[in-house]
Design a protein around this ligand. Sequence first.
Ligand SMILES: [Zn+2]
Ligand SMILES: [Zn+2]
Length: 646
Amino acid sequence: MIKITLPDGSIKDFEKSPSPMDVAKSISEGLARNVISAKFNGTTVETVTPLQMDGSLVLYTWKDKEGKTAFWHSTSHIVAQALEELYPGIKLTIGPAIDNGFYYDVDLPEGSISEKDFQKIEQKALEIARGKHDYKMRSVSKSDALRFYKDQGNEYKVELIENLDDGTITFCDHDTFTDLCRGGHIPNTGIVKAIKILSVAGAYWRGDENNTQLTRVYGISFPKQKELTEYLQLLEEAKKRDHRKLGKELELFTFSQKVGQGLPLWLPKGAALRERLEQFLKKAQKKAGYEMVVTPHIGQKELYVTSGHYAKYGEDSFQPINTPKEDEEFLLKPMNCPHHCEIYNARPFSYRELPKRYAEFGTVYRYEQSGELHGLTRVRGFTQDDAHIFCTPDQLDTEFKNVIDLSLYVLGSLGFEDFTAQVSIRDLNNPDKYIGAADNWDKAEQAIINAAKEKGLDYIIESGEAAFYGPKLDFMVKDALGRNWQLGTIQVDYNLPERFDLTYKGSDNELHRPIMIHRAPFGSMERFIALLLEHTGGNFPLWLIPEQAIVLPVSEKHEKYAEKVLKSLENNEIRALIDSRNETVGKKIREAEMNKIPFMLIVGENNEKAKTISVRKHGGEDLGAITIDQFTNLVTNEINSTLKSF
Ligand SMILES: [Zn+2]
Ligand SMILES: [Zn+2]
């Protein structure tokens, strides 16, 4: 008798060893049709592997991440077979599943693979897939495995096998194809209905540039053609919305090799946008009782040794700055927190004066490998919308709720509607991992969960995900393309108050440790603006966008009137410009559309007579001829509808 425990806790008995597929069939035919992968006692198994002992089984379908991994891994075998058939003499190396699809690294005997070959590879692979070949795993002795690949002259697989222990080596067969493989396949090739080769790139064997350069073939596959079509549309849209492309087109920021990689330069329009974002948050923070502080871009090495950041960032980061004075070392600031701790330490506090909330748009520097740099999302210098709250344990509850309110205000005003909260708490089986008294942790975790509940957040609790120094809450924001971004972490910290010996005088006249909360609703200005660009496709909310309107005179004759219109708009605090080039209105409209300007104000003969403007919205909607006052009201109303109150 074999006892199989399912994720819902139910137990099923089987007379003899069932395969995961047998278990699926015993639940429902529908499930059996959809199961493509399984995990038994925590290990990935084939759906046909007989389960020889009692244990817990998880069945996966295409909807699960594990299902997709098995699907894409299995497709890489099919594509490898297609490549072998199309390019005789090709040597296969490794071909894993990745986040979105799979790749296979191959050594081509001659020539190269380019985009014009993709279709031929896809067709061949699909032809193989349609054969509905089963994936069959088998154990092979080390000597047989070595002989198999030595006969093929494949030194890469030989090298891989040489590093494996005899008795652990398995091959996977399907159709006429065999590959060295640890397993984790879908039942048969026929489930793969759509295959797309996405790109090729160079890759060194084992990632070492002293080794042979291989060709990496990237691809993706789906169980339905429709899903591939949708994926390709999404890719197209993501390309259009790439913040690096939009940032250039909208003249927001640039990079210079001379200045250095990963160090963004903000152009006037981008700088103005940042400034508006900063003012927006500063205004809300002032209402919420924050005080602005300013700290330098460098600090003595000792400061970061005290904070523990040197141990974390020191070795692999920017090296210390030396001065003419020997033994003096400074570091570029990797975090603002140590500086703010010393601001708190500048004078003694009584419990009556807490909480203190210090905010700073603080620029920090962290060394990232050049291969890791990416537009504004991975940079070496960035500005955090940082703040640190120092409070008593009794105040934590209220402070946490207030920070959530502020974060919700920020997300709402910037058009992020779809988000969840993730609460990270301790692993109670591992209490020694954490600093700070257990009852403080209990209180803090409860405070965060209560706050999430009370604010009506859609939240999940992750046990064991808390940092060693405190629990936290993260907002996981879904952008317009359905991608998840982590934003606005609220972190409780028992560690830095200890390290910096922060105190306050309690009502008992004794000294106590305050609790510190780190929070940054945007995270960093750079990453946030990148996210905002990709979320909105450059169509920022009206209150934030660089130019709200553009005046387009129909001809030279109306330039004077157009200038007057512009002046009135400026007087009404509407950000506008004028396009008085000697071009057709049609061309001016097309360019204004490309520059994502929300309102085009066309002025011609009739407008001048009636003192109106003809308003066309970005995207084409015609609002007709209205007065400037009417237009100002329209702008104000639209801004008020997006900019939530705080
Ligand atoms: Zn495999
Ligand atoms: Zn901090």
